[in-house]
Design a protein around this ligand. Structure first.
Ligand code: NIG
Ligand code: FE
Length: 430
């Protein structure tokens, strides 16, 4: 033990360590199929960071750890990154769930003043403390299923004060529990009822009042101090914001220092994909109605395509974004739950992986890549987390199965035996 380096934690003897390593950027195309498996692997962790990944025999000789985890018979992989969530809201939409079962569509409910507008009424009436109290159990469920980082959007306030309350709730929640949050301002999520007859005046409000207020909130927040990026997002869709309105919002957000995302082609291909790519969006999300030309433009861009099969599943649809064609075109693809009260009340990344493998024909390796390193790139944190590589944050899952492919093969359960965030065990089912 003479030359041993002292560290905090050594996870050793894993049946497999799946690194999802991808130096330099997200994995694209065929490279998404290479998850980076080390049989009999180990992960050395100190001060919340990964210091080494390799065969257990080598790492056990090199490091002496204050704590050890024997991962015999278990697979070890990066914590999941959920790159698109609307997890902060008040109330629920279980009544709409029943309406949809009876035959009313999501878009019909939205056009009739339900949907996002329904949740907006409940959210506007909620204090920061109430939003925190209602959201906390959802984050706990996500963490227990293996998600260690999640993007988190505002967008159920739709007035300046309510949007700021949601952003404040995101900041409180980030500091109150282990699941790391990355904030996104989405004042342009829907048209609030009071602006139904003059949508451009609402866009004026977003551009002239909400975006400067959100930018000021971020500058004063712990997120800015920590170096966590701040995003803006827009719902470019019929009955929401058209391409010109979406461009105005994103352009103003970019001018205020925010990174960009966009909901595009969820139901209708309006042209939002090209608009968002032209503005340099970090991710473009949904892509259900995108066609082959769009896949090629996505593949040629630096943006990550985020697909959301939990929405199609939840809406009882058999149509899914053509993620297979996106990968085959060379795009960098990520998966997300989109957890929200309407289109996807789902905390589970493994369930999303299971759906993606069955209906979008992803291989388990592609689904894992899409839920880890590529998802981290979709929220601007690909250099900090999302893979098991020296220098990265020690966000690690220990699975109760020796083969990571069971994450997608099985469904409806929970294979996360231990969840580690910044080197600390934050959830254990052992
Ligand atoms: O990503 N598409 C817009 N926003 C959410 C749905 C939000 C809701 O239904 O409350 C989505 O699907
Ligand atoms: Fe969404």
């Amino acid at each position: 033990f003479g030359g041993c380096v002292h560290i905090d934690l050594l996870i050793h003897s894993a049946a497999q360590v799946v690194t999802c390593a991808s130096p330099g950027g997200p994995r694209r195309g065929a490279a998404m199929r290479e998850p980076g498996i080390i049989p009999g692997g180990a992960v050395a962790i100190d001060s919340g960071q990964i210091v080494a990944v390799g065969p257990s025999t080598e790492l056990r000789a090199q490091y002496r750890a204050a704590h050890e985890i024997d991962a015999s018979g278990k697979a070890v992989c990066p914590g999941f990154v959920d790159p698109h969530t609307h997890v902060v809201f008040a109330g629920d939409r279980v009544a709409e769930f029943e309406q949809r079962i009876a035959g009313t569509s999501y878009m019909e409910i939205m056009a009739a003043g339900g949907g996002i507008a329904f949740t907006t009424r409940a959210t506007r009436a909620a204090s920061v403390a109430q939003l925190v109290a209602e959201t906390h159990p959802r984050l706990a469920a996500m963490l227990a299923l293996g998600t260690t980082t999640a993007e988190c959007k505002s967008g159920y306030g739709l007035d300046t004060a309510s949007e700021l309350r949601i952003l404040e709730a995101i900041a409180v929640l980030d500091q109150a529990q282990p699941l790391e949050l990355v904030p996104t301002f989405m004042g342009a999520h829907a048209l609030p009822p009071e602006y139904a007859s003059h949508p451009d005046a609402y866009v004026d409000l977003v551009v002239n009042e909400m975006i400067p207020a959100a930018a000021a909130w971020y500058r004063a927040s712990h997120f800015a101090a920590r170096g966590t990026p701040f995003f803006a997002d827009v719902f470019c869709e019929q009955n929401a914001f058209d391409v010109a309105q979406s461009r105005r919002v994103l352009w103003a957000a970019q001018a205020a220092g925010m990174y960009l995302k966009a909901h595009v082609d969820e139901f209708t291909a309006l042209g939002g994909l090209d608009m968002a790519l032209e503005l340099g969006a970090v991710s473009v999300d949904h892509l259900d109605a995108t066609g082959p030309e769009g896949f090629a433009r996505l593949a040629a861009s630096s943006a990550v395509g985020v697909v959301i099969p939990a929405v199609n599943f939840n809406l009882g649809s058999t149509h899914f974004a053509n993620a297979r064609a996106m990968i085959d075109a060379g795009a960098a693809l990520a998966l997300t739950t989109d957890i929200n009260p309407g289109s996807a009340p789902c905390p589970s990344i493994p369930l999303v992986m299971a759906i993606a493998c069955r209906y979008q024909r992803l291989l388990p390796a592609e689904a894992l890549t899409a839920a880890t390193i590529n998802a981290a790139h979709a929220i601007g944190l690909g250099a900090q987390l999302g893979s098991l590589e020296p220098g990265k944050q020690a966000d690690v899952l220990i699975l109760s199965t020796p083969d990571y492919r069971h994450l997608a093969y099985q469904f409806g359960g929970n294979l996360a035996a231990q969840v580690i965030k910044r080197g600390q065990v934050v959830h254990s089912s052992l």
